[in-house]
Design a protein around this ligand. Sequence first.
Ligand SMILES: Cc1cc2nc3c(=O)[nH]c(=O)nc-3n(C[C@H](O)[C@H](O)[C@H](O)COP(=O)(O)O)c2cc1C
Length: 359
Amino acid sequence: MTTSLKQNSTLLEPLRAGAFSLPHRILMAPLTRNRADRDGTPNELQATYYAQRAQAGLVISEGSQPSAVGQGYPNTPGVHTDAQQNGWARIVRSVRDEGGQFVVQLMHAGRISHVDTTGTQPVAPSAVRAAGQIFTESGMQAHSDPRALDTDEIASVIAEFVDAARRSVAAGADGVELHAANGYLLHQFLADGVNQRTDRYGGDPENRARFVLDTARAVANEIGADRVGVRVSPGHPFNDVSETDLSVYDVLATGLGEIGIAYLHVLCEADDPVLAKLRGAFPGVLVFNSGFGADSDPHELEQLVKDGRVDAVAVGRKFLANPDLVDRWTQGAELNEPDQSTFYGGDHRGYTDYPKLTE
Ligand SMILES: Cc1cc2nc3c(=O)[nH]c(=O)nc-3n(C[C@H](O)[C@H](O)[C@H](O)COP(=O)(O)O)c2cc1C
């Protein structure tokens, strides 16, 4: 039992973030659930799942590939075919019918992928295989060896993000979130431990930030900067990323501020000094997520907003298990516990069958 949030809690105050009018500041964090059709088409079951969670201030979708080669795991949704776009349209309609707002998280996995999943060799800033294993249809396997993107290929990868953003909005989504966190392609370019390029996309912080900034700018030109969010996880070693030089995030945050994106979403510990640095460098709305460290606690999150250290918060696992999380926190009600065994893949169990308070 958690004590209830007060009716005048700062977490429950509305917030304008670019084009998004958030009714309160508790957002649903992106959660990969591996339940799309095999060809990446989002389906009815996903529409039900997202609609159940429409009371989030903003529903951020699971990571979704902007191209076939950008897929990381089996049964993740894509945003690059007409069938996939139609699938998203159904999801957005369902969320909207429940009064929610929805953005599609565009996630190009880069080297965190396997040829068995995509049928093609993964691409990355540099031809360096990620340590560790990845889930494939035939079980865990070592990551495939990636090839380095040529400098003159970069524009076509950015064009894939632009096209996926265009399709998202055409499907009715309110915008997109670019996934530049957790060791996937955009993060791989930022990270000095992964990016070994010697062209203008590698080397000093300005160069390492360039791919993300060029992508954000191009996507902003297509759908409007006020419909674009960007997610980062500075220094987080997930997916074999290593970063010794975090000054790239100063460059990035300043550049994203100039582009005028709707929000910057930061995955880190609440006491990580990077949070204050980003607050200083980025003039727009800052969204915080716990970063796997501590379990998201409403009163700690509320304090961060109250102190002005962030503007809003995103919550992952508690939203996964509690479709009506905002109601539960507001009332101080008991929470359903997330079942880890059904996180990635499967059917409706552990997906659409978590009860609401009223059920
Ligand atoms: C099952 C699962 C899937 C996730 N998938 C994504 C994803 O697709 N994109 C992303 O940026 N983060 C993803 N994350 C990270 C979450 O968005 C969030 O950062 C993490 O769960 C920590 O927040 P929490 O303590 O509120 O759960 C995932 C986490 C979990 C547990």
